[in-house]
Design a protein around this ligand. Structure first.
Ligand code: PLP
Length: 429
């Protein structure tokens, strides 16, 4: 067939890619034979930026040399350390600097956000989520509903794709909001769906939810560092994201959170408070009267784990070296578009791509199912893994592959499709 599917063509695309050099900012894992892995798993755990290691070592060194004085010494004192991340986070999600903060972990932040933004009443007690939400989100929502004395059977509205379809239709989401909106306290949906890679229309959902008087929050676990967003302009109430997927900040690293500025001075919002949310000018007066900061920082509880924040700072500086999320998204569209093109050309019969095709409805990840009698997705997955590909498998039968624009190449995509073809041919014979 055409020369599209050739190593030479992929190499040419890499040579033309203005962000090709950013791969050198990362440690790429190696296979047992010494070759670099074809690592397509950044949707699960992003690779280590060299700057992350450097910045973590800097803080270990500060601690070693300065002890407690590290809170106030050097270029990046620990006391305001979280503030050094805010500009980078704000750029990633389209927010004002005071609307974002790094704190806790993702599921914890969802709970803390629901303390403020899920305030059910007898008339308005529902939460709209998706039927196939990430389990942690499902558990968090279900437990919040029970905590407030409501019954998830009545109060949890689960959005499902239509019969025979894999992804949610925008019009169906808006219709559900229309139908349940008057009795809904909160709409909490993903920016990018973890299983299918579908990007939801966050702006339209927020608008529809607000028109019905609901609060609207997003889980951006698969969106932050992947797609571009404008949370402030879209008027989103809150959002939370982890930093270990597309944000390459290390396993279990501290999460991010967004609270729209219009909520910052609302004294009626309930909040679980801690000293790090207290006005920083009087925090160390150690008084009992809580004076919240007038920013997303008001939702902080504890002084944060600096070693984790250092890794995030390394990752955010690496994003900056690449020219920011808009540049990365541009490359991502080309890179994932190329992967899709190869799959459709070489494996049209054998592979089904669940992820929507339109660029506004998809990010880096493609979710694949294998249509082969006698071979299941897991068998194919095991074969490609043995051949040097790292990607992931989600039950019941989806292989997720995410070429990440910071460190994946067009050659990675080419090699992946080549290996997948061989695995499928092997399973079919
Ligand atoms: C990855 C992911 C999580 C993980 O939650 P943690 O609290 O970070 O362990 C939760 N929700 C979604 C949608 C995810 O993709």
């Amino acid at each position: 067939m055409s020369t599209l599917f050739s190593l030479e063509h992929a190499q040419k695309l890499d040579a033309q890619d203005p962000l090709n050099h950013i791969r050198n900012e990362f440690h790429i894992p190696r296979q047992d034979n010494g070759d670099e892995e074809i690592y397509l798993c950044g949707n699960s755990l992003g690779l280590q930026p060299k700057l992350a290691a450097e910045y973590v070592n800097d803080e270990l060194s500060q601690w070693r040399k300065l002890g407690v004085k590290g809170h106030f010494s050097g270029d990046f004192p620990w006391m305001p350390y979280h503030e050094f991340l805010s500009e980078g986070f704000a750029d990633l999600v389209g927010a004002k600097v005071k609307e974002v903060v790094s704190m806790n972990t993702l599921t914890a932040n969802l709970h803390f956000m629901m303390v403020s933004f899920y305030r059910p009443t007898a008339e308005r007690h529902k939460i709209i989520i998706e039927d196939h939400a990430f389990p942690s989100d499902h558990y968090a929502v279900e437990s919040q509903i029970k905590y407030h004395g409501f019954n998830p059977d009545d109060s949890m509205i689960l959005l499902k794709p239509r019969e025979g379809e894999e992804t949610l239709r925008d019009e169906d989401i808006l219709e559900a909001i229309e139908e349940h909106g008057d009795s809904t306290a909160l709409i909490m949906l993903p920016g990018v769906q973890y299983y299918t890679g579908q990007v939801l229309d966050m702006e339209a959902i927020t608008k529809a939810g607000h028109a019905k008087g609901c609060n609207v929050g997003f889980d951006l676990a698969h969106a932050a560092g992947n797609i571009t967003m404008q949370l402030h302009d879209w008027n989103v109430d809150f959002a939370a994201w982890c930093t270990y997927k597309y944000l390459n900040s290390g396993p279990g690293s501290v999460a991010g959170c967004f609270v729209h500025e219009r909520h910052h001075t609302n004294k009626d919002l309930p909040r679980f408070a801690g000293w790090w949310g207290h006005d920083k000018d009087s925090r160390f007066k150690m008084q009992n009267h809580f004076t919240p900061m007038e920013s997303a920082e008001a939702w902080q509880l504890s002084n944060p784990p600096i070693l984790s924040l250092a890794a995030i700072r390394g990752s955010l500086d690496t994003v900056k070296k690449a020219g920011g999320i808009h540049k990365l998204r541009q490359k991502s569209l080309t890179l994932t578009g190329y992967l899709r093109q190869l799959l459709e050309q070489e494996l049209a019969e054998e592979i089904n791509i669940l992820t929507p095709r339109e660029s506004k409805a998809s990010g880096a990840q493609l979710s694949l199912t294998v249509n082969l009698h006698g071979a299941d997705g897991k068998q194919i997955f095991d074969a490609i893994e043995a051949a040097g590909v790292t990607c992931d498998f989600r039950y019941p039968n989806v292989i997720r592959v995410a070429p990440v624009p910071q460190y994946n190449s067009f050659v990675d995509c080419y090699r992946f499709v080549n290996i997948l073809k061989e695995a499928i041919a092997g399973a079919a014979s």
